[in-house]
Design a protein around this ligand. Sequence first.
Ligand code: UDP
Length: 235
Amino acid sequence: MIRKLDKLYEGKAKVVYKTSDPDKLILHFKDKVTAFDGLKEEERKGKGILNNLISSLLFEILESKGIKTHYIRRLSDREMLVWKAERFLVEVVVRNVAAGSLVKRLDFKEGEFLKTPLVEFFYKSDKLKDPLICRSHIKLMNLAPEEAISFMEETALKVNSVLKDILKERNLLLVDFKLEFGKLPNNSVIVIDEISPDSMRIWDKKTGEKLDKDRFRYNLGDLLEGYRKILERIS
Ligand code: UDP
């Protein structure tokens, strides 16, 4: 039996615990929701449970398609057992439809379908508010080796294709999502963190209803109702 030990790190939405196995960690999903670099922050009771369930299901789907992730198993309502990996300070965003910062930054209209999926990198830095960066910045700042950058890009596109298809079958449109990656002691690069409506945009294909964290960002309706609709359809 694996035992939960000291807290290793506490972030906005999750707490990470060490375990009796030095190669494994426990993620605990909290109810806190934040947006705009922490400027907007609230508790939504039960959000952590939904994100743990949704993330676990999506990680299981990715694993079944041969995509390596840190996911081992779901331990309880709010807890997931994962492999311990050394994270890269890079966020990888894949977009199928224009929304969010892409619309603010460039000449795209929200809801516009992109001709091909777009992969973007962001520097994970609270101080600098996660700026958009390119491969040259990643190399220059030594955030990840060259092969790892290519691997992250290819894997992110694979994840996109798997998730997009699964969601499409359920009448859901995968607009965009963010992935994080880490390195295992054997040097293999895997998907880490969470894959939940906190870090994705998912719209109802027919009605266009937004079911993700944009409900909270822009007061579009009950947040958990959106998350529950996603969970029901992917279960
Ligand atoms: N995203 C995230 N964490 C971040 C920034 C973005 O999970 O720190 C997700 C976000 O939920 C969306 C996608 O990445 O699904 C693209 O986000 P975008 O760059 O449009 O930024 P936003 O305007 O959402 O902050």
